[in-house]
Ligand binder design. Structure first.
Ligand SMILES: [Zn+2]
Length: 315
């Protein structure tokens, strides 16, 4: 199995499947990641990816149980990056860089792990939050890369080859130091070898700091639940419990009666499904102070692989 993968990888990136006209791209740096954190200064032109690159990306996605819905293109980027363009998940890689790093590291795994890192950004939802690269997001993508490398049969040093060779020892405002990135890959690699699920690191659940006993009052009110939406057409099939009342909002600006007044605990469970960029399972809980005819807004945030926090904010 390993040798088949390696043979496939040997021809990866070398033979373009078709030669096509290049396309100039407007890349938003706000939500893109470049592997070592370089700035993208030139105009970016993209070219068709190789069949082999597509195949490797397909294999990475399959090994974590997902469908391949990325656009992959080679481009004049510093190394590789993940971004969203026109609502689609895009991975750009420099064929030139991949060939160079393969020579420098002596292993095809360096290119694979870079692609896996960029896919890790997409699957962790980093490309839909603004602000670009940040050290903790880079470490999540590195962990994913290590996980995937292990699943595909790489040794730990193979999985770490790309970072070992060129990553900055001291890091930057956007990218962690080399030692932290090597550690993150090792953790992911270990999880991949122990048969566990893809790395996830749920953040602490948001709760009100003023935690009180749940008060079930005799009086109820009608509340309104609103989702102001997102840029990706996401649907939110979720179930909400406030106090002793459980309901499933089936339209936006959802009116629900029988919500107990006063300080109430609430919880939310469900999914967030975004046609262009994938989804996550969503959960959250907290405490709300319910007044007469209260309005609450739904917010959510992707926190790790396939996982989102979701919560209610008083209007
Ligand atoms: Zn990155």
């Amino acid at each position: 199995m390993k040798s088949i993968i390696q043979i496939t990888i040997l021809i990866l990136f070398i033979y373009p499947s078709t030669i096509s006209a290049q396309e100039k791209l407007n890349i938003s740096l706000d939500n893109s990641c470049s592997y070592y954190g370089e700035k993208i200064v030139d105009d970016v032109y993209s070219f068709n990816s190789t069949d082999e690159a597509e195949e490797i990306v397909g294999r990475i996605v399959k090994i974590v149980g997902l469908e391949q819905n990325f656009d992959i293109k080679s481009a004049n980027v510093p190394n590789a990056l993940a971004t969203i363009k026109n609502g689609s998940r895009l991975i750009l890689y420099s064929q030139n860089f991949i060939l160079n790093i393969k020579n420098a590291t002596g292993t095809d795994w360096s290119g694979i792990s870079i692609l896996a890192h960029e896919i890790g950004h997409h699957l962790n939802g980093h490309t839909i939050i603004s602000g670009g690269s940040r050290p903790n997001l880079e470490l999540q993508a590195d962990k994913f890369s290590g996980f995937v490398a292990a699943k595909l049969g790489a040794s730990l040093s193979d999985a770490q080859a790309a970072i070992s060779k060129f990553s900055s020892k001291s890091g930057s405002s956007t990218h962690p130091p080399k030692s932290a990135r090597l550690e993150a890959i090792a953790i992911g690699w270990n999880q991949g070898n122990s048969g566990s699920k893809p790395p996830s690191e749920p953040e602490p659940v948001r709760e009100s700091s003023n935690e009180k006993e749940n008060v079930i009052s005799n009086t109820t009110t009608t509340a309104r639940i609103i989702y102001t939406g997102d840029n990706y057409g996401c649907g939110l099939p979720i179930q909400i419990t406030i106090g002793n009342k459980t309901f499933t909002p089936n339209n936006n600006s959802f009116e629900v009666s029988g919500i107990p007044l006063g300080t109430q605990k609430y919880s939310i469970q469900g999914q967030i499904n975004c046609p262009a960029i994938g989804g996550c399972s969503a959960s959250g809980q907290g405490t709300l102070n319910i007044s007469e005819n209260a309005t609450f807004y739904i917010s959510w945030q992707n926190v790790s692989f396939g996982q989102c926090n979701i919560w209610l904010q008083p209007g």
